[in-house]
Ligand binder design. Sequence first.
Ligand code: MN3
Length: 234
Amino acid sequence: MTTRRELLRTAAVAVAASAFSSVASAQAAPAFQLPALPYAVDALEPHIDAQTMTIHHTKHHQAYVTNLVNALKDQQALASKPLPALLADLNSVPEPIRMAVRNNGGGHANHSLFWRLMKKNGGGAPTGDVAKAINAKFGSFDKFKEELSGAGMRQFGSGWAWLSVDKSKQLVLSATPNQDNPWMLGHSPILGVDVWEHAYYLRYQNRRADYLAAWWNTINWDVVNEEYAKALKG
Ligand code: MN3
């Protein structure tokens, strides 16, 4: 016969077990996940259309996340490293999965930053310390726009154009192919633009220059300033 005390003990064990399993499943959650967009999919209209944003975020970015998780499924130590650190030290990644980590880890990191760098009713002139640093480095905002857009235009095929902070805390402009990025050099990107055709083809077809001109109207300079401050500290 089951006593009341035994029933209580059984119940307590069951509660403890369920608490443990929820902790265990939280720990087993994938290290890499698709971040939500920080705005509605149509927030960047008319500059970037809702259909492009939806496909870009839920298909392209999701695929980088899925492929990164798969590539690192047997590499717990690497999977728990911060992504910028992992990208800055690709030689620590076993050769058979190194290219998958470079492409998909890069894709995940690049897009996670890219979404945050834009907002509804963004654009205009830069603000804060970034404005001062851009003027000091490039002479004026207009000159900087011309140079970053130029880097994006000259990038042959798929890639990105970037403004980063290098190891000596100086602003540096660059372009990278595919999903390569400034983190691979130990730099901290603070502004970047995706020039893969998937970022603009539905609305702009082959007109990358028109897409780049429109993209300047989406920039969230508050986030660029946040990233700049982090890069100077880091
Ligand atoms: Mn993209």
